[in-house]
Design a binder for this molecule. Structure first.
Ligand code: DGL
Length: 287
């Protein structure tokens, strides 16, 4: 697909626990450089991967409402665990179309793998949801799926680490069972992980092909925008501009995010703590 500037300027709402969703943001910008993005990074609650699945689902539902309130006309869930826990009904009940990760990455991994042995590196929550295992097996019942929880990755990436000793050790630890199982393909089951691409490639030393589901989500959204008709578009004035909402200010987010997107994002950031009520109530009820 070639970048196109004649897509309608319908704001795309996008969210993740932190900076990981920028891997989807940057894919979308390749195809749709002028389409405004309303991004929410839940920096107060990152990492999501160690949280209960139902809490992550409540965060996602609340975030979708927030982004729609800010003017989003379509939602791209730039977070694997949020994509994994939202039900079909949750998506159907949203006020705007909602696209997620998982299916595109699963399909591509099945297409790419020559021996049907597929590794998934993901957060503990995504692995326990079983979403990738299910979607891969559905497409190739004979496949072997080696899904490995990687709890050390997100805190390291949010802290700005990319190729430190700690990163290299964690890559070695998490890829070992995948290599041992004879996998030839690995899916990034967390949007943060492509930030460690260099380190992961160095450790795997050509033995693994890495699949990034972000590209498929971006294409789904672009196809949706390209298919919108005049009547559906009349609600959008073109006045909404790209904004980045964080639930807690983070200098590392600004620095690493600007570096990754190749633009200075500081002026785009607003702090809006939208999920704290949910986590506080959760603590009260479980404490
Ligand atoms: N980047 C997210 C995902 O794709 C969440 C990571 C986390 O906060 O644990 O699942």
């Amino acid at each position: 697909m070639i970048p196109t500037d004649d897509l309608p300027l319908v704001p795309v709402g996008m969210f993740d626990s932190g900076i990981g969703g920028f891997t989807v943001f940057s894919e979308l910008r390749k195809h749709a450089p002028s389409v405004p993005v309303l991004y929410f990074g839940d920096t107060y609650h990152v990492p999501y991967g160690a949280r209960p699945l139902e809490q992550i689902r409540l965060f996602a539902l609340n975030t979708i409402d927030f982004l729609v309130g800010k003017g989003a006309g379509v939602i791209a869930i730039a977070c694997n665990v949020s994509s994994s826990v939202l039900t079909r009904e949750d998506r159907d009940n949203a006020q705007v179309p909602v696209f997620g990760l998982v299916t595109g990455g699963a399909q591509h991994a099945v297409n790419v793998s020559r021996n049907g042995r597929i590794g998934v590196i993901a957060t503990a929550a995504t692995v326990s949801s079983g979403s990738y295992q299910r979607e891969i097996k559905m497409r190739n019942p004979d496949s072997l799926v080696e899904a490995i929880p990687c709890p050390k990755f997100v805190p390291l990436i949010e802290a700005g680490e990319r190729d430190t000793l700690k990163v290299m050790d964690a890559c070695r630890e998490y890829l070992a069972p995948i290599l041992k199982a004879g996998c030839d393909t690995v899916v990034y089951g967390c949007t943060h992980y492509p930030f460690l691409e260099d380190a992961l490639c160095e450790i795997s030393d050509g033995r693994l092909t890495f699949v990034d589901p972000a590209a498929y989500l971006a294409i789904d959204v672009v196809n949706y925008l390209a298919g919108l008709s005049g009547a559906e578009l009349s609600k959008y004035t073109g006045n909404v501009e790209t904004r980045i909402y964080l639930s807690e200010q983070s200098e590392t987010f600004v620095e690493k995010g600007s570096e990754y997107l190749g633009i200075d994002i500081e002026a785009l950031i607003e702090v809006e703590n939208i999920n704290r009520e949910i986590s506080e109530k959760w603590e009260e009820n479980s404490g």
